[in-house]
Design a protein around this ligand. Sequence first.
Ligand SMILES: *[C@@H]1O[C@H](CO)[C@@H](O)[C@H](O)[C@H]1NC(C)=O
Ligand SMILES: *[C@@H]1O[C@H](CO)[C@@H](O)[C@H](O)[C@H]1NC(C)=O
Ligand SMILES: *[C@@H]1O[C@H](CO)[C@@H](O)[C@H](O)[C@H]1NC(C)=O
Ligand SMILES: *[C@@H]1O[C@H](CO)[C@@H](O)[C@H](O)[C@H]1NC(C)=O
Length: 342
Amino acid sequence: MVAMRKRNLKVLTFLVLLVFLTSFFLNYTHTVVTTAWFPRQMVSELSESLKKLMNYPQRPCTCAHCVGEAGVSPWFDERFNQTMQPLLTAQNALFEEDTYSWWLRLQREKQPKNLNDTIKELFQVVPGNVDPVLKKGSVGCRRCAVVGNSGNLKESQYGPQIDGHDFVLRMNRAPTTGFEADVGSKTTHHLVYPESFRELGENVSMVLVPFKTTDLQWVISATTKGTISHTYVPVPARIKVKKNKILIYHPAFIKYVFDSWLQGHGRYPSTGILSVIFSLHICDEVDLYGFGADSKGNWHHYWENNPSAGAFRKTGVHDGDFESNVTATLASINKIRIFKGR
Ligand SMILES: *[C@@H]1O[C@H](CO)[C@@H](O)[C@H](O)[C@H]1NC(C)=O
Ligand SMILES: *[C@@H]1O[C@H](CO)[C@@H](O)[C@H](O)[C@H]1NC(C)=O
Ligand SMILES: *[C@@H]1O[C@H](CO)[C@@H](O)[C@H](O)[C@H]1NC(C)=O
Ligand SMILES: *[C@@H]1O[C@H](CO)[C@@H](O)[C@H](O)[C@H]1NC(C)=O
């Protein structure tokens, strides 16, 4: 009798320990494991925790509020799909038929090269076996600044604040030299497509956003033979970015942004909103700088002096108003913060 009770106690202690260890390990602020003293309930809670761990094999987040947290907003939970992988790797390079045909239509590519062959060749040039962004710095609170190119950054003095983030994401032609006080000098990831490419700093990861098969071929070409110098406009034939610093935004993730977040608005998502949703998936806290118009309603770039230049909002392919509504809504439910500048 006594021996049996002792064994029960041991099992119980073991279970309690497991539950605590698991919940500690998970450290999801929203999964408060209630300490119930019934082994059966504990086992079920334990298996719940394990299930969570299997479903979401992500980094434990130690921030006060983690952006991917479920249960804060039904609007968010309806749109956010944790299992979508933001980066293309050799392992996840299979496309559903409708994703592939949707993607092919984005820039109405005529006679595209075989995608399978292109991807195979691509991953002989750039790393394709790992997902460096997600694996790096596996524990903690990853704070990200997503820096858009709006003129509202002018005289904002945000530079030091932006540089204080773990990841700083920039996009397209964004320069930092000469604008450090307002936009900062640090960049960890720079999202570009061939037509928006600018040469990057030495340790910056380039995230190629492919809108057509040629964009993937351009990466191969620009880091090797330099045979592609023109798409629908002239593009750099060669780039200095190191091959091991090149990441590929997943085309299926572009479709996810379009379907889930933009609800089909515009022809396809802008690099801006693609960067924002990307950051929701790789960061724990997200701060936005340089998005939207300036205080006078102008939509220009911070490096331009002419306030009527740029005019992102009027491009035919993106729905700037709907995209702004998405970021504003994310801010209104405290998932992200938007720094509006001037
Ligand atoms: C989330 O993404 C996964 C992987 O692409 C997909 O299988 C699943 O259906 C998606 N879930 C929802 C609710 O859309
Ligand atoms: C790529 O390969 C997959 C399977 O390996 C196949 O289902 C698909 O049709 C191929 N796609 C193209 C465009 O060749
Ligand atoms: C790039 O990284 C190397 C190695 O960590 C470092 O020595 C170098 O200073 C960095 N360069 C820049 C421009 O940050
Ligand atoms: C977004 O648009 C909806 C529908 O037009 C509107 O009700 C809502 O107030 C907008 N949200 C923000 C934050 O602007």
